[in-house]
Design a protein around this ligand. Structure first.
Ligand code: DGJ
Length: 556
């Protein structure tokens, strides 16, 4: 009796001690849905990666890498994307050298930064320059892609079972090592598998095995999706499939037409199968989130303008079916319409993360848009270790995002947060949040303040009448939603900062700091007062404002 009463409490004491001493590791980093968003959970807590990717060769030498971390910390990054090259991990077949991996993780920890590792294995930017020499020197054992005139390209074939097995074994060794050294501390958040795979100009592999696969019926899973759930196809795939006749059985060309799309989708399937085998071997050792990145090309997704077979929206459904061990398809956004690419990569249930893009001023604006406007779990400009001087705006933007992280995490996925990026072609935008319509416009020129032609803001409706806004070079005005006419008055407007999630107000803003327009009669006729939130060039800065509505006054 005594035994049975004391045992449970003894067990719970042991459990508490084990957790407190970190002897029971938290679940590895993983993804979790929150409303329409997917968040990354690290040691059980949601996490936003304010990240940047170092240049390709920066992590090949620990001495070169060491002084970079403090600079990135000073830029307010919390995460760094760092390549791990297969040739340096397995220089001799079957012999693994973890010196660089250990050094990267050790340096990151000393600088209180997390990392996302980039596995430069079989493919890096289509080709294979990071695979070990023993792999690249033996095309008989590890066959190459054959182009349409019979030449072998410097690209290992995704049809190579031997290549797949060799890459999978190396990746599994890496992931096993990560579990051993990092499961408790979780410095490594996620791993990218390969880098920007695909073939130029919509080529496809013309080796005999590939030719046979191209003329065979499409894989059963894909045929089933087309038959049972055409509603789940991406816009891009649906358009191609419909125009080829909407068939659900046949070969790739019979189903997706005679054009380049069939080749791209076919190659996508086989890249995805190969990468899935690599990913599966890795996740069996240590199941952190795995993702692939895609080069989107200069022509805004026009077929043939990017490495065909990569994880572009045209091929999302194919990648998702063929590579279930890959949790996320991620865009490297250097070209085209940033907002449009964010939308494309948030469709079909794809969790959203941007591993490569531009930094500096446009990066600051786009980080706001991706994280607050499109629920991204992270943002990462490429070449973040570039020594060129910067204006400091990007670092300020990350500082603001860092301050707002608890709020952003709480509001992602529930429709109470949004962002706007304005420029010459798009000088103002309206956002509906918390019962109000907010007009975000590039700030008007004022005496002694130079005119600008761009600006950006993110807005969080903490409550229907209370907003946290961060921005630069914008004016923001409020109008009431709903059927009854109402005038919206600013109530309390404070600039300030968040310190560990707690609002620390600075100046109470009023007068010139909120008066945007004195055309009072014209404004009154439109139920407006001329007041608004004003964000200057020094930003981004944070303002917290409450508003109220009152009835409009009209003398009969
Ligand atoms: C995209 C690649 O993924 C990166 O590794 C790097 O090569 C950049 N392009 C260079 O712009």
């Amino acid at each position: 009796m005594i035994f049975s009463r004391t045992l449970p409490s003894l067990l719970s004491v042991c459990l508490v001690v084990l957790i407190a001493t970190n002897s029971i590791p938290a679940a590895p980093p993983h993804l979790a849905k929150k409303g329409t968003a997917t968040q990354l959970l690290v040691q059980g807590e949601p996490f936003i990666m304010l990240a940047g990717e170092v240049y390709n060769s920066s992590s090949s030498n620990l001495g070169y890498l060491a002084p970079i971390w403090p600079r990135l910390g000073a830029m307010n990054l919390n995460t760094v994307l760092v390549p791990v090259s297969w040739e340096q991990l397995e220089p001799v077949e079957g012999k693994f050298d973890f010196t660089l991996v250990d050094g990267v993780i050790d340096q990151a920890r000393k600088n209180r930064l997390r990392v996302v590792l980039l596995w430069f294995g079989t493919w890096k930017n289509m080709v294979s320059s990071y695979a070990p020499a023993w792999f690249r020197a033996d095309p008989k054992r590890f066959p190459l892609v054959i182009d349409d005139v019979g030449n072998g390209l410097p690209i290992p074939s995704p049809f190579s079972a031997a290549g797949q097995a060799a890459d999978a074994r190396a990746f599994a060794a890496l992931m096993k090592h990560l579990r051993k050294i990092d499961e408790a501390q979780q410095t490594v958040l996620m791993v990218q598998v390969e880098n920007e795979v695909g073939l130029p100009n919509s080529l496809r592999d013309r080796s005999p095995v590939a030719q046979a696969a191209f003329t065979a019926p499409i894989p059963g899973e894909l045929a089933l999706l087309l038959h049972d759930h055409p509603d789940r196809l991406t816009r891009e795939l649906r358009a191609v499939w419909d125009s080829a006749g909407g068939r659900t059985s046949g070969s790739w060309a019979e189903i997706f037409g005679d054009g380049p799309a069939a080749s791209e989708l076919f190659m996508a399937w086989h890249y995805a199968r190969y990468i899935n085998a690599v990913a599966s071997a890795g996740r069996a050792e240590y199941p952190v989130p795995l993702f692939v990145n895609a080069a989107i090309g200069r022509k805004d997704g026009k077929i043939g303008s990017y490495p065909g077979g990569g994880a572009l929206p045209l091929a999302f459904n194919v990648w998702q079916l063929a590579a279930p061990e890959i949790q996320m398809l991620s865009p490297d956004i250097y070209y085209g319409n940033f907002d449009g690419w964010c939308r494309s990569y948030s469709q079909a249930g794809n969790p959203f993360f941007i591993p490569e893009t531009h930094g500096q001023e446009i990066g600051a604006a786009n980080a706001f848009l991706a994280i607050a406007g499109h629920n991204a779990m992270g943002f990462s400009p490429f070449g973040i270790d570039d020594p060129a001087p910067s204006s400091g705006e990007f670092a300020r933007a990350y500082d603001v995002l860092k301050q707002l992280t608890p709020l952003i995490l709480a509001h992602q996925g529930d429709g109470s947060m949004n962002a706007a990026v304005l420029n010459h072609d798009n000088p103002s935008q309206t956002l509906t949040l918390g019962g109000y319509t907010l007009t975000v416009a590039i700030r008007r020129p004022r005496k002694s303040v130079a005119a600008v032609d761009s600006g950006y803001a993110l807005i969080i409706a903490e409550q229907p009448d209370r907003f946290v806004v961060a921005g630069k070079d914008v004016d923001i005005t409020f109008a009431a939603n709903g059927t009854l006419p109402a005038v919206v008055e600013l109530n309390r407007v404070e600039e300030g900062i968040f310190l560990e999630g707690r609002w620390v107000p600075g100046r109470r803003l009023n007068g010139d700091e909120i008066m945007l327009d004195y055309g009072l009669s014209t404004l009154a006729a439109k139920n407006q007062t001329g007041t608004g939130l004003r964000f200057g060039a020094e930003g981004p800065t944070i303002i917290r404002a409450t508003v109220f509505r009152r009835e409009p006054v009209r003398q009969q």
